[in-house]
Design a protein around this ligand. Structure first.
Ligand code: SF4
Ligand code: FES
Length: 237
C-alpha cells in the first residue's frame, strides 16, 4: 500500500502522507482550514469545531480526521463558513472579550478569526458573565473573562513527568481553567512563557510581559490569519 494518498479540496487535487490529519494535509497543500483548539505537536481534541469541513458529504472536524484515498473535502463553502462565523460569534458573546484593551491584541487567534470572517457585531445577545481575574500566581495572570476553554494549555504545558500544570475546575457553566494548586510551583519562567504563547487568546499573561511587543507590530497586525498557508509556494503534483 502506498504511503501517499490523493484527495480533493474544493475540487483541487491534493496529495499527502496517509494518516495525516486533514488540517495538516490541507496546510501542506497550501489550503488554510481555520483552527482554534488545535495546536501543532499537541494531540487534537476536536472541541471547538471551527475546523469543520464536509468529507464525502458529511460534516467532520479536520483536526481529528485522518486523510484517506479519494476523499472529497469541501472547505471554502458558504454554509461551512457561516457555521464557523457562528462559532466565533458565540465565543465572543459567551465571554468578555474587549479587544482594544487586551494585552494579546494582534496576537489573538480569536480576534484574527473574527476579522477573517468579517464579524462586526455578534448576532447573539452578549452574556456578560461575571468572571474573575486571578493574579495569585507569581508568574502569570489568569484572565478568566477571555478563556475559551480550548484546553490547549492543559494539553501542552506539563511538568517533567507529564502531569498537566493547568486543570479544569468546577463543572457546567461555572467551569474554568486554573493553574493546578498542587503543581503551580512547577510553572517555570520558560513554561509560563510557553503557556502564554500556546493560549490562542489573552487568558494567560506572563506578568510584566503583556506588552513586550507593541500593538501594531504583532503577528496578525501585519498579516491576516491563514495568509502564511495560502501564500505558500506549492509544487503541483
Ligand atoms: S487559558 Fe487559553 S489555552 Fe487554556 S483553555 Fe483557556 S483559552 Fe485555552
Ligand atoms: S480546531 Fe478542530 S475542533 Fe477545534
Amino acid at each position: 500500500m502506498s504511503q501517499f494518498v490523493r484527495f480533493t479540496i474544493d475540487g483541487t487535487e491534493c496529495m499527502s502522507t496517509r494518516g495525516q490529519y486533514l488540517v495538516d494535509a490541507a496546510r501542506d497543500n497550501g489550503v488554510y482550514i481555520p483552527t482554534l483548539c488545535n495546536f501543532p505537536g499537541v494531540k487534537p481534541k476536536g472541541g471547538c469545531r471551527i475546523c469543520t469541513v464536509r468529507v464525502n458529504g458529511k460534516l467532520m472536524t479536520a483536526c481529528t480526521t485522518p486523510v484517506a484515498e479519494g476523499m472529497s473535502i469541501e472547505n471554502e463553502i458558504k454554509d461551512i463558513n457561516e457555521l464557523r462565523k457562528s462559532i466565533i460569534e458565540l465565543l465572543f458573546i459567551e465571554g468578555n472579550h474587549f479587544c482594544p484593551a487586551c494585552e494579546k491584541s494582534g496576537n489573538c487567534e480569536l480576534q484574527a478569526l473574527a476579522y477573517r470572517f468579517r464579524m462586526l457585531v455578534p448576532r447573539y445577545p452578549y452574556q456578560f458573565p461575571v468572571r474573575r481575574v486571578d493574579a495569585s500566581h507569581p508568574r502569570i495572570i489568569k484572565e478568566q473573562n477571555r478563556c475559551i476553554l480550548c484546553k490547549r494549555c492543559i494539553r501542552a504545558i506539563t511538568d517533567e513527568t507529564g502531569r498537566s500544570i493547568f486543570a479544569y475546575r468546577r463543572r457546567s457553566a461555572r467551569v474554568e481553567v486554573v493553574v493546578d494548586p498542587k503543581l503551580g510551583k512547577q510553572l517555570t519562567e520558560e513554561l509560563a512563557q510557553k503557556a502564554m504563547d500556546v493560549c490562542p487568546v489573552g487568558s494567560i499573561i506572563v506578568k510584566e510581559k503583556g506588552f513586550h511587543v507593541p500593538i501594531g507590530e504583532r503577528k496578525y497586525d501585519t498579516t491576516p490569519i491563514g495568509s502564511d498557508i495560502e501564500n505558500m509556494q506549492i509544487t503541483k503534483i
